[in-house]
Design a protein around this ligand. Structure first.
Ligand code: ZN
Length: 280
């Protein structure tokens, strides 16, 4: 089966580098491409992020747009331009707009919860207008944060409902199914035609951690229930959050979580409907 990974990282974030090491992932271009080839991953979308000072993520001093800095992107990969809401002056917006026209820029990433603004804050208005102008999706972090400096009230998926209603022409991707608010996220996907969700980051860690969780029916059913409720397998996207998880472990997890008749859509087709710039 051919796979599109809709959510991975390729930035020198100290906590990501540490996690990659613990998980045994080679966090490099060659490391990604090797795992991709072994697992049938033919295209992937990296979430742009950067930190100014090592360990400062989420960093208020980093420039918008945030991209990637491990190396050149792996072959057939794309990126979403990351937004630091503290850096959205005229010059930042000009750089952002120029970046959005790059052939390998597939969308925009907003780090709700990492930055203390709700997604409905007027601070993001120009960003949403640019997304619509270039027909690019806005991918929004939702749910638990990979940093204890995050604030969960800003990353609750419920705010995305209001955003979706305010901008019916804006394509929105909720990250991580809003985990742990997965039923809330599922309702927002069900209700709003312009909202999708990726399935990345539902678990992070080593192969052993994945072995434990992917054999727990109770844990799996939390996510299955949300997806059954939404009944929109045309709107869920596979993503790994690599290097926070081993690629194979993550694919195996989503394979047992999503009914087999929907694998083609979740692992491949849906990503093409959201990230329209992808050429595979
Ligand atoms: Zn991520």
């Amino acid at each position: 089966m051919k796979i599109i990974d809709s959510h991975f990282h390729f930035s020198k974030i100290a906590s990501f580098q540490k996690a990659a090491e613990l998980n045994g992932n080679d966090y490099s271009r060659a490391g990604f491409m090797k795992e991709a080839e072994q697992n049938g991953v033919v295209s992937a979308v990296c979430m742009g992020i950067s930190e100014f000072e090592p360990g400062s993520f989420p960093d208020v001093h980093t420039e918008t747009p945030m991209t990637y800095d491990i190396d050149f992107l792996p072959d057939d990969s794309y990126f979403c331009a990351g937004i630091n809401p503290h850096m959205l002056d005229q010059i930042n917006l000009m750089h952002l707009e120029k970046t959005l026209t790059r052939h390998d820029c597939a969308g925009i990433k907003i780090y709700a919860g990492y930055y203390y603004y709700t997604v409905t804050s007027p601070i993001y208005k120009k960003v949403y207008e640019l997304a619509m102008k270039y027909d690019l999706p806005v991918v929004i972090h939702s749910g638990d944060t990979f940093s204890d400096r995050g604030l969960l009230r800003y990353s609750h998926p419920l705010y995305i409902d209001e955003l979706a209603v305010r901008y019916p022409d804006l394509r929105i991707v909720i990250c991580h199914l809003g985990n742990p608010w997965v039923m809330d996220a599922a309702e927002i996907v069900y209700k709003n035609k312009n909202v999708y969700s990726d399935l990345s980051g539902l678990q992070v860690g080593t192969k052993e951690v994945f072995g434990r969780f992917s054999s727990s029916e109770l844990w799996l059913n939390t996510f299955r229930t949300a997806m059954v409720f939404a009944d929109r397998y045309d709107k869920f996207l596979y993503g790994s959050d690599w290097p926070l998880a081993p690629m194979k472990s993550y694919i195996d997890l989503i394979k047992v979580m999503v009914p087999e008749e929907h694998h083609e859509k979740v692992f491949y087709d849906n990503a093409l409907n959201v990230f329209k710039k992808l050429r595979v």
